[in-house]
Design a binder for this molecule. Structure first.
Ligand code: FES
Length: 108
């Protein structure tokens, strides 16, 4: 919402009025997937897919906020996004790939 990640399940709809909202459906550019969407496919970063929209939206923010410098940092900044299937290793790998491709990986 307005460029910040929010937990949609905990956000009142009335608070979204007049705000710019981006959802998973708005990430791709036409037929071209967002780099993190493509990395999720490449890395098999989902099983049932239930958590995937939230994981990707949070992962995009994690990268843009500069919190994708290491697997440990990614895990820390993605810690609110739960995956019942336990695809965490693949999710972290996909975020690392997309962060590297975007050049937003910091040292360490
Ligand atoms: S892929 Fe099933 S909950 Fe994450």
């Amino acid at each position: 919402m307005d460029g910040m990640r929010v937990k949609s399940c905990l956000s009142l709809a009335a608070l979204a009025q007049g705000r710019e909202i981006t959802t998973i459906e708005g990430l791709a550019q036409g037929e071209e997937l967002h780099p993190l969407q493509a990395a999720f496919i490449e890395r098999d970063a989902f099983q049932c897919g239930y958590c995937t929209p939230g994981q990707i939206m949070s992962g995009v923010a994690c990268i843009s906020e500069g919190h994708a410098g290491s697997p440990q940092e990614i895990r820390e900044w993605m810690s609110g996004n739960l995956c019942r299937c336990g695809a965490y290793d693949h999710i972290v790998a996909a975020i690392q790939d997309a962060a590297s491709a975007s050049g937003s990986v910091r040292g360490g």
